[in-house]
Design a protein around this ligand. Structure first.
Ligand code: ADP
Ligand code: ZN
Length: 765
C-alpha cells in the first residue's frame, strides 16, 4: 500500500511513501505520520491511500503519530480538490481544513487549578488559624478555582499546600472551556408557524434530507461514488440535485426556514453548518441561532467560528465540534470546513456576497466549497439570498439547483416606492452638477419636517474613475470588453483594464449631439455630500459614516445607536450602511450617484449595482410608514437601475445574461485571473508579456479558451507594487486548473516579480 503525504513544510507538493506491513492497520487517511525526507525526519498528514505510485524507490513511513485522525477523510479530499482547482500548494489547502489554533503543538484546552475538598477520614486535625479559615471556605464550596480561593481568603499558596500535605484538600488541574458568548443571557425561542411559501420551502428541504438520510451511505462511499469534477457549475445534471437556492426578498422569513431546516436535520441525527458573511455575524445573529437550540428536543451546543476569536477560543470551539458535542456551527467563510460529525445540512446565507471568496491562497469560494462538500458528505445545501448571484441563479435555471421562492415580506409590508431622477436634466437646469436634485432636496425637507429619518448612500470607493459626461450621461466603453474605460488623469488617456485597449481622452463629449466639454467631471465623495447637507439644511443633524470617520471599532455601533435613538436626522455613508440595518423611522433613502458602482471596470459592475440598489432600497420603510427611495443617475435607463426600481430580479437576470453570453463572461464561462506584481513597472509588464507568450504556447491545443491582456490591473499600483492582469476564460475550468497548476510548478520568475492565480475571482481589481 502507498500513502500520499502532505508534509507540514511549505514544499508545494505531496510525496508518496510505502506503508510497511507493521503499520498497515493503523495508517488511515487523516493520520499524522513521521516520514524521512532526505536525511531528516518530518511530520505530515496522509491525504490519500493508493495501490500504486508513479514514483519508484519509495521510502517507508517511519511511524504513526497519535490516535484519532484530526481531519476526516472528506475534509482531506476537499483540501486536495482545493489545491488542484484553485492552483495552490497542498499544504496551504490543508491549513484551511485544520486551523492553526488546532495544529499548533502548544494548542490545548485551558487548564485551571482547582482546590477540591477530600472527604474527611476521621475528625479534623487541629489547624492553625490561617489554614482553618481556608479549610472552611473549601469545605463550604467543595471545589473552587485556586485563584478565587486565594483572593477570597487572602492566604498564600503555601497555606493551601500545607492543607494538601495533610490530605484535607487536593489541587488538581481541570479543563475550563472558553466560551466567547458565555456571558450572554439567552432566552429560548420556539419555532414560528410558517406561512405558505415558507412551508413549501421547508417541505422540499425536509424531503431532500429524508432522501439523503435514507441512502445511508457512509460519507467515504458517497464521495467515491460521485467524485465531483468542480464546485458550483462543475457537472451537468448531477444525479441528485441537493442543493437548493432559496430566493426570498428581504424580510421574507428565510432565517426562520433555516432554523426549522436545521431542527429537521438534528431530528434525523445529522449536524448543520450555517455560513453568514462576516459583517452579518453580529451577536444578535448568533443569539438567534443559539436561542432556538438552547432548549427543547433539539437542544445542542452551537459553536461559533469567526475571525475575531482568540486562538484558544477557536481551539475549543473546533474540538466541541470534532467531538460531536456541538451539532450546529454558525460562522463566516472558513466555517465551511468545520469538522461536524454526520453533516446533514449546509446553509449559505447571502450567498451572493463577495466576502465568501478568500482573497489569499487558497483562493476558495466558500459557497462553491459548500456545494462540493455537500456532494461529498451526502448533505443538503441551501443557498439563500434576496439577490442571488448570476452563477447560482443560472445553476437553478438549468436544473443543477432547485429553486425555492419566498416572494413576499412576512409582515405584508409593501416594498418601498422607488423613483429614478435623471441627473442630466438637473445638471442642465442648474448649469453644473448639483449634489442633490430638486426632487431629492424636496424629499429630504419633507422628512425633516415630519421628524422622520433619512439615509443617503454614496459608494465612493473609486479605485478607478470612468469618464462620464454630466450632460448626456455618455460613458466611454471598451469596444472589446463592454466594460467602462478608466480615465487616467495624469496621462490624459482612457484605458481598458481587461484587454489593455488605450486611447486618448476626448476633450469634449464624443456624443455627436452633445459635445459638452465638461466631460471630465470628477464626481463627488461622501465628504462633499456632508458639506452640501450642512449648507442646504443647516438645522439638520448630519452624521457621515465611512472608513474615514470610523476610527475605532466602537464607532460603528455608537453611530448606529445614536441614529436609532433619533439623535441623528440624516446618515450619510458608503456601503457599510447598505446592509442588514433595520431602522423603522427611516422613510427615505437617497442614492446620490448610482452610476459610480455601475462603471467600475468589472463585468459584474451591473450585477453589483443591482444588488446594492436592492439592498439599500430595502433599508427604507421597515416601519409603519411606507418607504421611498430616490436614485440619482446620469444613465437612468440603465437596466441595472430600472430593474432595481421595479424590484424585478428575473428581468435583470434575463437581460444581464444576454450580455454575459455575448462576451463570454461567467457564469457562461469561468475565469482564471493571473496577476503579476512588482516594484519596477517595466519589468512587471515585460514578465507579463512573457507569461502570456509562454501560456499561449502551452495551452495551444486547449479548446474553448480565451485569453486577454496583459493589461494594467484597475488597481494599478497598490502599496508601491505595479500590477498587471491576464484573464483566461473557459468552460472547462477543472482542466485549465490542472494545466495552470502544472505550468506553475515548472515556471520560475524573476525574484522581484510575484505571480498569483485566482480561479473564479470575484474582484477584478
Ligand atoms: P429574512 O432572513 O428573509 O430577511 P427573517 O427570517 O429575518 O427574514 O424574518 C424577518 C422577521 O419576520 C423576523 O423578525 C422573523 O422573526 C419574522 N418571521 C419570520 N417568519 C415568520 C412567520 N412565519 N410568522 C411571523 N413572523 C415571522
Ligand atoms: Zn477591453
Amino acid at each position: 500500500m502507498i500513502a500520499r503525504v502532505t508534509l507540514e513544510l511549505a514544499l508545494g507538493r505531496e510525496f508518496d511513501y510505502a506503508v510497511p506491513d507493521e503499520w498497515a492497520g493503523q495508517v488511515a487517511v487523516g493520520s499524522r505520520v513521521e516520514v524521512p525526507l532526505g536525511r531528516r525526519k518530518v511530520l505530515g498528514i496522509v491525504t490519500d491511500l493508493a495501490e500504486a505510485s508513479g514514483q519508484v524507490h519509495l521510502k517507508p513511513i517511519l511511524r504513526v503519530v497519535g490516535g484519532q485522525a484530526l481531519v476526516t477523510p472528506v475534509l482531506l479530499r476537499l483540501a486536495r480538490w482545493m489545491a488542484e482547482y484553485y492552483c495552490c500548494p497542498p499544504e496551504l489547502a490543508l491549513r484551511s481544513v485544520l486551523p492553526e489554533a488546532v495544529r499548533r503543538p502548544e494548542a490545548g484546552w485551558r487548564q485551571r487549578l482547582q482546590v477540591r475538598m477530600v472527604p474527611a477520614q476521621g475528625p479534623l486535625p487541629k489547624l492553625p488559624k490561617r489554614q482553618r479559615e481556608v479549610w472552611h471556605v473549601v469545605e463550604e464550596r467543595r471545589c473552587l478555582p485556586l485563584t478565587e480561593l486565594l483572593e477570597l481568603t487572602g492566604a498564600s499558596l503555601s497555606t493551601v499546600r500545607r492543607l494538601e500535605d495533610k490530605g484535607l484538600v487536593e489541587i488538581v488541574p481541570q479543563v475550563e472551556e472558553r466560551d466567547p458568548y458565555g456571558r450572554e443571557q439567552i432566552l429560548p425561542t420556539e419555532p414560528l408557524p410558517l406561512n405558505e411559501a415558507q412551508r413549501r420551502a421547508l417541505a422540499a428541504i425536509r424531503e431532500a434530507l429524508d432522501r439523503l438520510c435514507g441512502l445511508q451511505l457512509k460519507p467515504s462511499e458517497e464521495s467515491e461514488a460521485r467524485e465531483p469534477s468542480a464546485a458550483g457549475a462543475g457537472k451537468e445534471g448531477a444525479a441528485l440535485s441537493r442543493t437548493f437556492l432559496l430566493h426570498g426578498v428581504t424580510g421574507s422569513g428565510k432565517t426562520e426556514v433555516y432554523l426549522q431546516a436545521m431542527a429537521a436535520a438534528l431530528e434525523r441525527g445529522r449536524g448543520a453548518i450555517v455560513l453568514v458573511p462576516e459583517i452579518a455575524l453580529t451577536p444578535q445573529t448568533v443569539e438567534r441561532f443559539k436561542a432556538r437550540f438552547s432548549s427543547g428536543p433539539h437542544r445542542t451546543l452551537v459553536a461559533v467560528l469567526h475571525s475575531h476569536l482568540s486562538a484558544g477560543e477557536r481551539h475549543d470551539e473546533w474540538h466541541k465540534i470534532r467531538q460531536g458535542r456541538a451539532r450546529i456551527v454558525i460562522g463566516a467563510r472558513s466555517a465551511v470546513f468545520a469538522p461536524v460529525q454526520n453533516l446533514g445540512l449546509i446553509i449559505v446565507d447571502e450567498e451572493h456576497e463577495p466576502t465568501y471568496k478568500q482573497e489569499e491562497a487558497p483562493r476558495y469560494h466558500a459557497r462553491d466549497v459548500a456545494v462540493l462538500r455537500g456532494q461529498m458528505e451526502g448533505a443538503v445545501v441551501v443557498l439563500g439570498s434576496a439577490t442571488p448571484s448570476l452563477e447560482s441563479y443560472w445553476n437553478a435555471r438549468r436544473g443543477k439547483y432547485r429553486l425555492l421562492v419566498l416572494p413576499e415580506r412576512v409582515d405584508q409590508q409593501k416594498m418601498p416606492r422607488v423613483r429614478v431622477v435623471d441627473m442630466r436634466q438637473a445638471a442642465r437646469a442648474e448649469r453644473g452638477v448639483p449634489v442633490f436634485s430638486p426632487q431629492l432636496r424636496e424629499a429630504i425637507l419633507q422628512r425633516l419636517e415630519k421628524r422622520e429619518q433619512v439615509i443617503l448612500f454614496l459608494n465612493r470607493r473609486g479605485y478607478a474613475t470612468a469618464l462620464q459626461c454630466p450632460r448626456c450621461g455618455y460613458v466611454a466603453q471598451c469596444p472589446n470588453c463592454s466594460v467602462a474605460l478608466t480615465y487616467h488623469r495624469a496621462g490624459q488617456h482612457l484605458l481598458c483594464h481587461i484587454c489593455g485597449e488605450r486611447r486618448p481622452a476626448p476633450s469634449a463629449c464624443p456624443n455627436e449631439t452633445c459635445r459638452d466639454p465638461a466631460i471630465r467631471y470628477a464626481g463627488l465623495g461622501t465628504q462633499r455630500v456632508e458639506e452640501a447637507l450642512q449648507r442646504q439644511f443647516p438645522r439638520a443633524r448630519v452624521q457621515r459614516m465611512d472608513s474615514d470617520t470610523l476610527k475605532r471599532k466602537e464607532d460603528y455601533r455608537r453611530i448606529l445607536a445614536e441614529f436609532r435613538a433619533g439623535r441623528i436626522d440624516i446618515l450619510v455613508g458608503t456601503q457599510m450602511i447598505a446592509k442588514g440595518l433595520h431602522f423603522p423611522n427611516v422613510t427615505l433613502v437617497g442614492i446620490v450617484h448610482a452610476d459610480l458602482a455601475l462603471h467600475q471596470p468589472d463585468f459584474r459592475a451591473a450585477e453589483r449595482t443591482f444588488q446594492l440598489l436592492t439592498q439599500v432600497a430595502g433599508r427604507a420603510g421597515r416601519g409603519e410608514v411606507e418607504g421611498e427611495v430616490i436614485i440619482q443617475s446620469f444613465t437612468p435607463y440603465h437596466p441595472a437601475i430600472q430593474y432595481a426600481r421595479r424590484h424585478d430580479f428575473e428581468g435583470f437576470y434575463e437581460q444581464e445574461m444576454e450580455f454575459r453570453a455575448q462576451l463570454e463572461y461567467p457564469p457562461l464561462t469561468r475565469v482564471a485571473l493571473v496577476t503579476l506584481r512588482g516594484r519596477n513597472e517595466d519589468k512587471v509588464r515585460f514578465v507579463a508579456e512573457h507569461v502570456r507568450r509562454d501560456l499561449s504556447r502551452r495551452l495551444e491545443g486547449f479548446s474553448e479558451l480565451k485569453m486577454t491582456g496583459p493589461a494594467p490591473a484597475p488597481l494599478e499600483r497598490a502599496q508601491t507594487y505595479y500590477r498587471y492582469h491576464l484573464m483566461l476564460r473557459t468552460r472547462r475550468m477543472p482542466a485549465l486548473s490542472r494545466e495552470l497548476g502544472a505550468w506553475l510548478k515548472e515556471t520560475t520568475l524573476p525574484e522581484d516579480v510575484h505571480l498569483t492565480v485566482d480561479v473564479d475571482p470575484v474582484s477584478l481589481l
